[in-house]
Write a protein that binds this ligand. Sequence first.
Ligand SMILES: Cc1ncc(C[n+]2csc(CCOP(=O)(O)OP(=O)(O)O)c2C)c(N)n1
Length: 291
Amino acid sequence: MVAPEDGSGRTDVLSYLRVDRFPHLWCPGCGHGIVLGALVRAIMRLELDPRRVVVVSGIGCAARAAGYLNFDGVHTTHGRAIAFASGIKLARPELEVIVITGDGDLAAIGGNHFVHACRRNMGITVVCFNNSIYGMTSGQYSPMTPYHAMATTAPYGHIERPFDLCALAAGCGATYVARGAAYFPARLADYIAGGLRHKGFAFIEAVTQCPTYFGRRNKMPRGVDLLRWQKERAVPVERAARMTPEELEGKFTVGVFRDAEELEYTEEYDRIIALAGYREGGESGCPAPGR
Ligand SMILES: Cc1ncc(C[n+]2csc(CCOP(=O)(O)OP(=O)(O)O)c2C)c(N)n1
């Protein structure tokens, strides 16, 4: 295992975190810390060199996770993490670029960046902390708020249907797609590790809980109530294949939905640079910046 560069020589989860930034901003019962723990365990298991890991996030409670990780990182603007991450990956394809995002950050303001990133197959790993709500701004509905759920901006029940984020990602061409939940942290770490190992664009949805702004309005005021909700509704994708749509009503599937090998974007881009003669020593003699 590669020890992080914090001088402590420690190799546990905490040694990958900036504990000097604690106490963290998450509420009691919030699931974001569980998802962050799963991400760190996946990084540890793959023995990624911390000096080659870059974490990029947008804005929101989930996005604040990037600041607690002891890697180089960028805390960017709302919905734009994937755009910044794409720039970093294009400039330094050898880096492991990880995006941490909330469901609002990713699927609402960042939705357009998300669908096009899926289509491009650039080798970045996006982990969406899906707590069904805008947590940081006190509970407005997001594109992932369940049909008929209550939210600050839906006091009589929400009348829009949520996305199936994994189906959206797969439909847009993402080559690795998985969903886990905070209730099953070990499996969630497996799915994230699968995404980090994957060469192209990897998307992992982590269903997590916000007792403060989602749970309290929806008769599940404690973190444990929402964890029970996850436990009772999660159906492994293999079992779901044998179930009827009626049996799957109100449930969500967990597992790996897609794991396909296709040409990765920065490799294709290198080929284009070579073709255009911009590579150092190439036809034009003009070195490509940063490559
Ligand atoms: C351009 C812009 N619009 C709106 C906001 C306000 N804002 C900050 S975080 C956020 C939503 C965060 O929700 P989500 O991404 O689901 O993450 P969570 O806080 O639930 O983890 C919003 C709307 C902002 N910071 N910038």
